[in-house]
Design a protein around this ligand. Structure first.
Ligand code: 3PG
Length: 212
């Protein structure tokens, strides 16, 4: 399965920081802060022009870090992410073009879903892990529990409204392989160069995830 290589890493890390970088100069210190916080993982979103080069920098500076691309909404971005060295792709929705590209190029992909139909499309492509997005706004845990009924093989990676205050509740549901979010890598912290604070917030999240 396309996602197999990622399963042990997601099960171990449990948290995927969703990063939006405005400046490539922040890529190295941000990655360093996440590593210091005990979480060598980043989903660098294609919401800014800095994404592609930031992925390249993180992979060059920290080859063991798990660096993926987020907000991949078309094959052009998927290709740029792959060229930059991304280890996985995450999309906010389910694009069959992006799924085909990822499967053809052997890069793990995590499409966004919030309905049964989207999950069925993912199953057609042999995928079993989906991003549930935006999690809070689409009914959070209750909706994932309802979706787990007809789709027992599916595991979720919820993002959107996940934070320190509710992460344990999400992780306690065994169909959730990992959670994602921006709360430890907020744009204002990155832009202000507050990397020690990011490392601290990351360490807090890592410690909480270990309690589940
Ligand atoms: C994402 O793209 O996964 C979300 O924007 C993350 O949502 P959050 O900011 O509520 O954590």
């Amino acid at each position: 399965m396309n996602q197999t290589v990622m399963i042990p890493r997601l099960e171990e890390k449990k948290i995927v920081p969703v990063v939006k970088l405005d400046r490539t100069a922040d890529a190295q210190p941000l990655a360093d802060a996440l590593i210091r916080g005990g979480l060598p993982v980043a989903e660098v979103t294609f919401r800014t022009d800095a994404a592609e080069e930031s992925i390249r920098i993180m992979k060059r500076e920290f080859p063991d870090m798990l660096v993926g691309a987020g907000t991949v909404i078309n094959t052009e971005q998927a290709k740029r992410a792959l060229d930059a060295g991304a280890s996985f792709l995450v999309s906010p929705g389910t694009s069959e073009k992006v799924l085909t590209f990822a499967l053809d190029n052997d890069i793990p992909v995590f499409p966004g879903v919030c309905t049964p139909s989207e999950i069925m499309t993912c199953l057609d492509y042999g995928l079993e892990i989906v991003k549930f997005f935006p999690a809070k706004q689409y009914g959070g845990l209750d909706t994932m529990k309802a979706l787990a009924g007809p789709f027992p093989a599916i595991r979720f990676m919820p993002t959107g409204g996940v934070s320190l205050s509710n992460m344990k509740e999400f992780l306690a549901f065994k169909k959730i392989i990992a959670i994602g979010g921006t709360w430890m890598v907020k744009g204002d912290l990155i832009n202000a160069g507050q990397f020690d604070e990011i490392a601290k917030l990351t360490a807090e999240a890592v410690a909480l995830a270990k309690e589940v």
